[in-house]
Design a protein around this ligand. Structure first.
Ligand code: SF4
Ligand code: SF4
Length: 305
């Protein structure tokens, strides 16, 4: 098992939004979708990438001397950016990182064995136990590192730590499906029901996603469906009604949508609308209409600029 390594770009302790209770969320790098509203674009590529935090840079230029491709250069055009990286030239070799003593340069993506990552999440075990929480594996799309994700979930479960897998549902290999089956809870992100619109917004068809949702629903697995309500993309009444009527065929328990304005009405008699201007704002309107089984829907709202 030590041979299997997973590429992780972020570990968040004390999360309350990725499942029940207090959780540690690990974000695996690489995603088959390219959502135009992606809130973790640094998680899309399947390889480590150079990260530059301009605010930490003092313009010393030591990184420039280290770069063999000329990808990093001193920059004077903007007050808070003293260097700039040409992503076309950067090979993500990481050699400049060691030269940067301020920590302005770092790497998105670090390889962990299952044991190493488990030792990281285990530190918060007492919080999981006292709150009914656990570990959430998100991304990127964790099932695209299928063997690592499956073994990591098994390792947590062997140690009685609850596991949630946050998935876009675009899972195409048997090991990835096994990871969905193995997790205690699925946070299933749906980006819309219309195939054409889905391809335009994410780069892939939603057909395999909906097929996989049916498969995991048939297992009776606890599932939370998360719907991004994106102005101009997934927030139309037609789109929301389509989504709600599609869920009528699976065993939904309740639906929660968070939308852009206080004027958006619940999409259908089966939907819940939590209306708030931004994700951080408290809901100002809530309507709850229950479904009848073991799936619930929550929703994220992003502004597409
Ligand atoms: S990661 Fe490598 S190629 Fe990219 S800027 Fe740094 S030294 Fe240059
Ligand atoms: S080495 Fe670090 S602090 Fe110095 S110029 Fe490069 S990024 Fe900035």
């Amino acid at each position: 098992m030590d041979d299997i390594k997973g590429l992780v770009f972020l570990v968040v302790n004390g999360s309350f939004v990725d499942g029940h209770g207090i959780r540690t969320t690990v974000f695996l790098k690489g995603c088959p979708l390219q959502c135009i509203w992606c809130c973790n674009p640094e998680g899309q590529a399947f390889h480590p990438e150079l990260k530059l935090t301009s605010a930490k840079c003092d313009g010393c230029g030591k990184c420039v001397a280290k770069c063999r491709t000329g990808a990093i250069q001193i920059y004077s055009g903007q007050e808070d950016a003293k260097v700039q990286v040409d992503r076309q030239l950067c090979t993500n070799c990481g050699e400049c990182i060691a030269a940067c003593y301020t920590g302005a340069l770092d790497c998105f993506g670090k390889y962990y064995t299952v044991e190493e990552l488990f030792n990281v999440v285990k530190k918060d075990e007492q919080f999981y136990r006292s709150s009914g929480g656990g570990v959430t594996i998100g991304g990127g799309e964790a099932t695209w590192q299928p063997e690592f994700t499956l073994q990591f979930i098994k390792k947590c479960k062997e140690n009685y730590i609850h596991t949630a897998l946050d998935t876009c549902g675009y899972v195409t290999v048997p090991e990835g499906i096994k990871a969905l089956e193995e997790a205690d809870l699925l946070l299933f992100d749906l980006k819309g029901m219309d195939v054409e619109q889905h391809v335009k917004s994410t780069g892939v068809s939603n057909e395999p996603i909906l097929e996989n949702l049916k498969k995991v629903d048939a297992l009776g697995k606890p599932i939370i469906i998360r719907l991004p309500v994106i102005p101009g993309y997934t927030d139309s009444a037609t789109s929301l009604k389509h989504t709600a009527s599609s869920f009528a065929h699976i065993s939904l328990q309740r639906s929660t949508l968070r939308a852009a304005t206080t004027t958006l009405a619940p999409a259908s008699a089966k939907a819940v609308a939590i209306c708030a201007p931004r994700p951080t704002d408290p809901p100002v309107t809530t309507a709850v209409l229950p479904f009848n089984a073991n799936i619930s829907i929550t929703c994220m709202f992003f502004t597409v600029l």
